[in-house]
Design a protein around this ligand. Sequence first.
Ligand code: LHQ
Length: 263
Amino acid sequence: MEPDHIVTTIDGGVAAITLNRPEKLNAFTVPMLVDFHRALETAASVDVVRAVLITGAGRGFCAGQDLSDRSVAPGEAAPDLGESLEVRYNPVVRLMRSMAKPVVVAVNGVAAGAGANLALAGDIVIAARSARFIQSFARIGLVPDSGGTYVLPRAVGVPRAMGLALLGEPLDAETALAWGLIWKVVDDDEVAATATATAAALAAGPTSGLAKTKHAISVSLQNTLDEQLDLERDLQRVAGQSHDYREGVAAFLDKRPPSFGGR
Ligand code: LHQ
């Protein structure tokens, strides 16, 4: 039987997806990536799931593409890595960025290559203090993919993005935080609990409103101020009709915790 390289549990509104190939630092094989995409699709489409949590089993988060995979390794026939991105990696990044649910990533250890950039596609990235982010592509003659050339300059500016991408040096978690690349760094033995609590809090939140917020922030850097003001107006108009807005205001006035339903 095939080992379970992707393990998903659903609890308290959170779909927790674990990359589970610890002996290879959760490097992606083709079937594993297909299963990861499928798990994300399910999490995105099932109503009971209101937030997603992604992490890695063992000491690594994800070492990117499995470089021993025959379909992508240089051999007699040159592999079509563009197809591999088009068919497998890019849909995963698009889904993480576009799904109307918050995606929390717990970077429990090293995140390299596509593994680093998939981590950075999360909405809230929480890293263990010992985690490292490596744009390993430069070391093997490839170009940063899975959204790396998009996210990095926007998050840390062109000079630092260029250094990370050209040099492929490990970026430690504290520096990633100081550079504005991630949300939080916690001690290694706290990363799972912190990320789980964060995802649970999001799942119990006004998730329809959170989805609109995710969308507004995601498109902001491509928009003019006028476009963004218009977008905020349109999203707020819909949010103002929601049950959660009504509940949030009522709870505030009643001095009690709100009970949000995500609608
Ligand atoms: C691995 C890997 C790995 C196989 C660790 N593959 N076994 C997308 C589309 C299509 C094609 C091409 O690429 C892409 C995007 C990409 O992701 S390209 C970039 C791929 N990733 C890398 O280049 C990273 C390669 N790994 C490393 O540099 C190191 O393993 C890091 C720095 C991540 C961790 O180093 P260490 O902590 O010293 O661990 P290790 O190297 O001893 O790895 C542990 C095991 O995991 C080892 O296996 P073994 O059987 O010898 O114990 C490694 O061979 C295996 N492993 N990454 N990507």
